[in-house]
Design a protein around this ligand. Structure first.
Ligand code: FA5
Length: 337
């Protein structure tokens, strides 16, 4: 039947045009052409139905409806398909290379302190923590630093202007940014009976003049070992093993007589590294007065303690020329570690 061929021709042409439309605008043009109510090609086909014989009319009418439904459905599907990806891709060009996230890294001093903890952990030392805001008792009194000792001078410490420091109670209750990690020695010994074997790492604060090797905020690693018969020879061995493990070569340790109120005898610790003696910290045997202050029996136990400057080690290892670079937050510097 001629009319059936015309329907089929229309159907194929419409489906092909729908599939070929690449934008909603093109698809709309196809819709107008094939399904438009006024002058569309469907309208023409509908006109043909009137011309067939009344017997054929129901069959032709049914065929017409099938073709129309099929073309309309194809149009809807194509419309959805053309709109869908456009919505998802709005503002996103999926062909662009991905943005590499700017990955941070741990600060060189944090890396150094983590490594210190690892090394000392292998030597049997646990890690202890203490507050950066300290009271005078833990920063001075329990460490045998007397009232008139110059180390307590307000000009040499960062005392905090709390309400309590204005009162007569000041001496007992004044607080300051700790000037040394030795405060943690006291806090640990107050908490637990001997034996003790700890390190404590963290920030300390002193109003020192800033230069290439000094800062008003720096880091120390405190070490404390208290047990029966702890000796100075053990102290030297621990320090040598530690320095060798960190710097990766056999370093020598030298003790020079010194004075700290909380150790007796006291020493400055030097390390032979790269053809030079470098001062790395202070150390000594824990003063019996300190052991007594925390309730230990100095007749029964003895101990050694040391406090090392973390920056000095880190600078030595990486050849860092100025301590200020650690706190300038210049990523060109930080990225190198
Ligand atoms: C002390 O702080 C003692 N608490 C060490 C100690 C602990 C002695 C236990 C005995 C027993 P000293 O003030 O010397 O000691 O400081 C120790 C180290 O900290 C120094 O050798 C140095 O490496 C570092 N240091 C001191 N002041 C600064 C500063 N302003 N900037 C950077 N590092 C510093």
């Amino acid at each position: 039947m001629d009319i059936e061929r015309q329907f089929e021709g229309y159907r194929q042409a419409a489906l092909a045009a729908i599939a070929a439309a690449q934008t909603p605008q093109e698809l709309e043009a196809v819709r107008v052409e094939f399904l438009g109510k006024k002058r569309g090609r469907l309208k023409e086909l509908q006109g043909l139905i009137a011309k067939v014989s009344p017997e054929q009319r129901p069959t032709v009418g049914k065929l017409f409806n099938e073709v129309r439904t099929q073309v309309e459905a194809a149009l809807r599907r194509r419309k959805a398909a053309l709109e869908q990806p456009r919505r998802a891709a709005e503002g996103i060009d999926v062909t662009l290379p991905g943005r590499v996230p700017a990955l941070g890294r741990r600060h060189p001093l944090t890396q150094t302190m983590d490594e210190f903890k690892d090394i000392m952990g292998r030597l049997g030392f646990d890690v202890a923590y203490g507050p950066e805001i300290e009271d005078e008792y833990h920063n001075f009194v329990a460490l045998n630093i007397q009232e008139d000792h110059p180390a307590r001078d307000p000009l040499d410490n960062f005392y905090l202007a709390t309400a309590r420091t204005q009162t007569a109670e000041r001496d007992r209750t004044a607080v300051l940014l700790r000037s040394q990690t030795s405060t943690v020695q006291i806090r640990v010994m107050e908490r637990q009976p001997p034996p003790v074997r700890i390190v404590s790492l963290g920030r300390v604060y002193r109003p020192d003049t800033v230069d290439r090797t000094h800062h008003w905020m720096f880091h120390q690693m405190e070490g404390l070992m208290v047990d029966v018969d702890v000796t100075m020879a053990q102290l030297k061995t621990v320090l040598r093993l530690f320095a060798t493990a960190f710097l990766g070569q056999d370093v020598a340790i030298r003790f020079r007589p010194s004075f700290f109120p909380f150790t007796e005898p006291s020493v400055e610790v030097d390390m032979w590294f790269d053809g030079d003696w470098l001062e790395i910290g202070g150390a000594g045997m824990v003063d019996p007065n300190v052991l007594t202050a925390v309730g230990y029996d100095p007749e029964r136990v003895s101990g050694f303690a040391f406090g090392l400057g973390v920056e000095r080690f880190c600078m030595q290892r990486y050849g860092i020329g100025d301590i200020r670079w650690f706190t300038e937050n210049d990523v060109r510097f930080l990225r190198q570690f």
